[in-house]
Design a protein around this ligand. Structure first.
Ligand SMILES: Nc1ncnc2c1ncn2[C@@H]1O[C@H](COP(=O)(O)OS(=O)(=O)O)[C@@H](OP(=O)(O)O)[C@H]1O
Ligand SMILES: [Mg+2]
Length: 403
């Protein structure tokens, strides 16, 4: 259902309520005088109005920041230079686009939401850029950031190299259970980005330890279904922006600004009809374990492997029914790899838990401390999925003991 025409790059509008617009499947007449006299309906309407106005300007700022960062990333991906890519201490790749995206998001949030307290938990830091040899890379990032900010004439500023370093380093917050913290992965799926495949700019807001809004900018994701490409004719349009706010549902629109549509997870109940998303990189998730779970559920379709939290977005609009993520033992999940994706899925009617069925806890700092892996699906499939996961994990332990 189309609910509003919004250009994600438009400046943050003044807060206002979307009361009548955002109540799905209900005509405005159903909130007639009579229904508002009913106390329970009145309470529901009041609580809906409260959540609609809460975080309104924060969500608009997040959409704007992620959309601008996506423009920077696309410009780099289209004409990437060898010198644009470096290796971090943990051997994972980092590019000028990861740094530039983090700087743009940090600068835009601060300009759109001026306040004394600004806390950002983000993936990158400026350490390597400050070392000898980082000077040329920093120059290139600063140009990218200035080109992006001046793109549509909204921001009349020129930032210096020092400003860029400071903007990147504002992402060093530890997060935690109290106050508000922005959570950012400036490029989720850097390996996919380098392959020319899927990646996402993932931005969420934590308030008192809970994710209250999330935005996923997925510049290479087709507008049509990736679970079943034959069914859809909109494959030629790419670049999706998912946005979700607590209590208000999940919307999707084109990144270049189009009507936002309310989206929902699939309603399938038979696990055999499910299709499964998992990481493209075998080093990031155990594909053999997913395959054992799929077998136990009777899933017929082959797995769909794509990079980044684009998987959460695709699941939220019903392209597939299940997302499985089982990193190798010892790997610690970071909150920026899941915060935005989780609310995009949960507000679309889905659930994300750890392998034991516990809610994901984003209040513990930069890491998610969780049991074994992450599973995501709709509410109907979750019990049978968790059952299959537990069986598959038990079998994996037994097989390892036999070796
Ligand atoms: N060893 C290992 N195990 C598990 N996960 C890892 C590992 N290494 C990295 N990462 C994180 O995975 C992020 C990429 O997301 P995905 O795994 O969903 O996509 S992908 O298919 O692997 O590209 C990726 O995000 P970015 O670093 O932002 O690219 C990492 O945060
Ligand atoms: Mg990243």
């Amino acid at each position: 259902m189309a609910i509003m025409a919004l250009n994600p790059l438009a400046r943050v509008p003044k807060p206002h309520l979307h009361f009548s617009l955002s109540i799905p499947h209900r005509s405005s007449s159903s909130f007639s005088r009579q229904s508002l006299l009913n106390p329970s309906r009145r309470r529901r309407a009041a609580s809906f109005m409260a959540s609609a106005s809460l975080y309104h300007k924060e969500l608009a700022a997040a959409k704007r920041a992620a959309s601008l960062a996506a423009r920077l990333c696309q410009a780099v991906q289209k004409a990437i230079l060898i010198s644009d890519v470096q290796s971090k201490a943990d051997k994972s790749p980092v590019t000028v686009a990861d740094y530039g995206s983090q700087a743009v998001v940090s600068l835009v949030l601060k300009m759109e939401l001026p306040s004394e307290s600004f806390s950002l938990v983000a993936e990158e830091d400026s350490g390597d850029l400050r070392n000898d040899g980082g000077q040329d890379t920093l120059k290139r990032i600063t140009k990218l950031v200035n080109d992006t900010l001046s793109m549509d004439g909204t921001y009349n500023i020129t930032v210096s190299e020092e400003d860029v370093l400071a903007a990147i380093d504002s992402g060093k917050s530890e997060g935690g259970p109290s106050g508000q913290h922005w959570v950012l992965d400036p490029i989720d799926g850097t390996k996919g980005f380098l392959r020319g495949d899927q990646y996402a700019i993932a931005l969420a807001l934590l308030d008192e330890g809970k994710v209250v809004l999330g935005v996923l900018a997925c510049p290479n994701l087709p507008l049509g279904s990736i679970g079943n490409p034959d069914k859809d004719t909109s494959q030629n349009q790419t670049g999706c922006l998912f946005s979700a706010k607590i209590g208000c549902g999940t919307d999707m629109q084109l990144l270049n600004g189009s009507t936002a549509n309310r989206i929902h997870v699939t309603s399938i109940e038979n696990p055999a009809d499910a299709s499964i998303f998992e990481s493209y990189e075998a080093a990031h998730s155990q594909h053999d374990l997913s395959s054992s779970i799929a077998q136990k559920l009777g899933v017929r379709a082959p797995p769909v492997r794509i990079d980044s939290q684009a998987k959460y977005g695709a699941l939220a609009r019903g392209d597939g029914a299940i997302y499985l993520r089982f990193p190798r033992p010892g790997y610690r999940e970071k909150i920026w790899d899941h915060a935005a994706g989780c609310i995009v899925v949960s507000e679309a009617g889905g659930v994300a838990t750890d392998a034991a069925g516990n809610d994901l806890d984003f209040s513990k700092g930069r890491y998610l401390d969780l049991d074994t892996g992450i599973v995501v699906t709709n509410k109907k499939l979750m019990p049978s999925l968790l059952n299959a996961v537990q069986h598959a994990l038990k079998e994996q332990i037994q097989n390892a003991a036999l070796l």
